[in-house]
Design a protein around this ligand. Structure first.
Ligand SMILES: N[C@@H](Cc1ccc(O)cc1)C(=O)O
Length: 519
């Protein structure tokens, strides 16, 4: 399982701006994390920790250092117990539940937290940053339960599992096995941390879990927009639909840039070359909305993506704990930067836009399997002919599954942020629920990917059967290459067969070209 990472590109943590693609690269081990050792950077980090030390010696009052946490900020911590306080923070937050974050998600969490602390505004030591780097470099992954964050004292409970592992406690996933953190750190010659005052809060009192999940969700949603566009083009051809619904002049009068981009992609996919004019369905001047308005549905997602990217990237590049330590100005700034409202909004919005695309595809499939709407294709897109047609049911059950997955995706679109509730003795009386929104969004993406896999089978089947009905059909060049790739992967359904293996094989190929058109 161990793989040398030294030849990989690096992502440098030195306080300068990172992007969500950097986090994705680290999460998939396509890049290696490197913490800057530049003297200026090290000095900047050390200044924060030194300032806190000085403040403590001068008997200053700092929230979460000389006081209890949250609503308990009115409790004064006796000086001889200050050192123990950070360890209590992660200990009593060890109450997470639910599934564990995946290896990819966990790497993203570590990287996002490191990015935030490397801003130099959290008063942590260089040793803490190095320890986080060591977890990433050695791929020692804290087992983080996904549930238990309200997303506005940051992701306190899930991040307590990061804090504990840095200190050699709780469990990690290492080389494919779950083992005690202390054992693995010892094996690697890494000394457990003893957290300094404020360091527990610095690790835990922030938005790293929701932001990490958002980075990964964003990239998957971008793929949904592009592949759904390609599939729409296939479905237009398969159903003998009209290409003229995506006319350039038509879209020039509705100036949503993303929607225009989707229409342009459809034009490119449906372009049959200079000789042939855009195909026109003789039976129907205007196709039904799931085809005609595809740019208006996918375009919402396409237009929302750049805005959501900016929200996610800004959160990624923020100091998002409390208090913020301004070593330069020698001030401790008490605020609420752990509040993940922007990520909550991005994830609530993204899951809505993605699920709408799943719904669009479900409607397109409904047209294709139905002889009342598919303009001459066989019922259920079955490839069987002659007497055997009677017992074959083609994609009938696959369409039912698509309806189920779509319904479940749509059901997950209830915004999480509006379920804010007062908690923690009314200190946290308004919270973001951003981590729940991000988990919902990932679930919607899982279900939508299943819909996309089914639609890949449908496209393959639909194009082949349209050609059978119309042997002179000229499949546009962009789609011909796509169809050839699909045909290699999915045999034509002639006699009924279980399609679960085809679905799984397609889902396993999500990084490949067939899933990533218009890249
Ligand atoms: N997020 C809280 C801190 C907090 C930490 C731990 C808790 O258990 C509760 C609250 C604040 O900064 O105000």
């Amino acid at each position: 399982m161990t793989r040398s990472t030294s030849d990989l590109p690096t992502v440098l943590f030195d306080g300068s701006r990172l992007g969500l693609d950097d986090i994705a690269a680290l999460s998939e081990r396509r890049a290696r994390a490197v913490l800057s050792r530049e003297p200026a950077f090290i000095a900047r980090i050390a200044r924060g920790a030194d300032f806190l030390d000085r403040l403590l010696k001068e008997d200053g009052v700092v929230y979460g250092v000389t006081t209890g946490y949250g609503d308990s900020c009115t409790v004064t911590i006796p000086p001889d117990l200050v050192a123990e306080l950070p360890h209590h923070l992660y200990t009593y937050h060890g109450c997470g539940a639910g599934r564990f974050l995946t290896a990819e998600e966990t790497r993203a969490v570590l990287a996002v937290r490191l990015a935030s602390l490397a801003q130099g505004m959290s008063g942590v030591s260089v040793a803490l940053l190095s320890q986080l780097e060591a977890l990433l470099v050695n791929d020692v992954l804290p087992l983080i339960p996904a549930e238990g964050s309200v997303g506005a004292s940051g992701d306190l409970t899930p991040l307590s599992y990061v804090a504990a592992v840095l200190c050699g406690e709780r469990d990690v996933l290492y080389q494919g096995r779950t083992r005690p953190a202390g054992e693995v750190l010892a094996e690697l010659g890494i000394a457990p941390l003893r957290l300094r005052p404020k360091e527990g809060l610095a690790i835990m009192n922030g938005t790293a879990v929701m932001t990490a999940l958002a980075c990964l969700a964003f990239r998957r949603a971008d793929r949904v927009a592009r592949l759904a566009t390609r599939l729409t083009a296939c479905n237009v051809v398969a159903s003998s639909g009209n290409a003229h619904h995506f006319d350039e002049t038509l879209f020039s009068v509705k100036p949503h840039a993303g929607q225009q981009r989707v229409a342009a992609r459809l034009r490119a996919d449906l372009d049959t070359g200079s000789a042939a004019r855009a195909s026109r369905n003789e039976q129907r001047l205007q196709d039904r909305y799931s085809l005609r308005c595809a740019p208006h549905v996918i375009g919402v997602l396409e237009d929302a993506l750049p805005f959501f990217r900016s929200l996610i990237d800004n959160e990624l590049n923020s100091a998002n704990d409390n208090p913020i330590i301004d070593a330069e100005g020698e001030r401790v700034l008490h605020g609420g930067h752990f509040y993940g409202g922007h990520i909550a909004f991005a994830m609530d919005g993204l899951k809505n836009a993605v699920a709408n695309v799943a719904d669009l595809l479900d409607r397109q499939m409904a047209l294709l399997v139905d002889t009342r709407y598919n303009h001459g294709l066989p019922s259920n897109l079955s490839g069987a002919t002659g007497p055997r047609a009677a017992i074959n049911h083609g994609l009938k059950a696959l369409q039912i599954s698509v309806s189920a997955w779509t319904a479940e995706a749509l059901k997950q679109t209830m915004p999480a942020s509006v379920f804010s509730r007062s908690t923690e003795c009314h200190n946290q009386d308004k919270v973001s629920m951003g981590t729940i929104a991000a988990r919902d969004c990932l679930r919607v993406l899982d279900l939508t990917d299943q819909v996309l896999a089914a639609m890949l089978i449908t496209a393959r089947q639909g194009l082949a059967l349209r050609r059978r009905a119309d042997p002179s059909l000229a499949v546009p060049p962009a789609l011909a290459a796509f169809e050839a790739d699909l045909s290699d992967r999915v045999p034509l359904v002639v006699e009924d067969r279980a399609l679960d293996r085809d679905l799984q094989a397609l889902l396993a190929a999500r990084d490949e070209a067939v899933w990533n058109p218009h890249a």
